[in-house]
Design a protein around this ligand. Sequence first.
Ligand code: PRP
Ligand code: URA
Length: 211
Amino acid sequence: MMANNVMIMDHPLIQHKISMMRAATTGVKEFRELTSEVALLMGYEVTRNLPLKQVEIETPVGIAKTNVISGKKLAIVPILRAGLGMVDGMLSLVPAAKVGHVGLYRDPETLKPVEYYCKLPVDIQEREIIVLDPMLATGGSGSAAIQFLKDKGCKHIRFMCILASRQGIEQLTSDHPDVPLYCGAVDEKLNDHGYIVPGLGDAGDRLFGTK
Ligand code: PRP
Ligand code: URA
């Protein structure tokens, strides 16, 4: 059974675009566009419960009591490299969000994440954070990135991935039960190399054309 704080997005547009991403015949340009579009569509849901406050705004014909987003400011944190493909889509929804970067790669032998880069907004602890990575396979990278942010004092973290494995979901929710997890689709299996099956292949390579 899935933990309570796991949301699987079932909007038809998200499902359709993920199907296009899966196809081995989809080239780099289209894969990039689809990744960005799915991030935008998912971002719409991920930001659904941002707090609002009422303000008065002068319209051409009167004063409107109306809502604007309040509360903590947002930061988005892509996990390099593949998370970069989701940044534009999110920024088209929340253009003023700050962007932090965490660089992790998965050691091909041990499948454990190795950190190689970190640059975060100075006030990251004060922000509502959305971590971006298209793939949640063993869950090691996502879980390490969240722990890394928690170690820096961050408390309000959400995680958004396009494709997850069941194992990845279990790992992330058991390591970080306080972090809401948003997935576009879920596959059952990982292969011996830790790739999601049937999955969509190596998201970083498909985004950047490195294979
Ligand atoms: C991929 C992906 C995740 C990670 C998922 O990155 O973007 O970060 O693997 O696997 P896990 O859940 O088993 O940790 P990769 O290490 O291939 O680096 P890249 O984004 O630079 O290609
Ligand atoms: N990383 C990817 O890019 N794809 C997978 O299937 C697993 C990890």
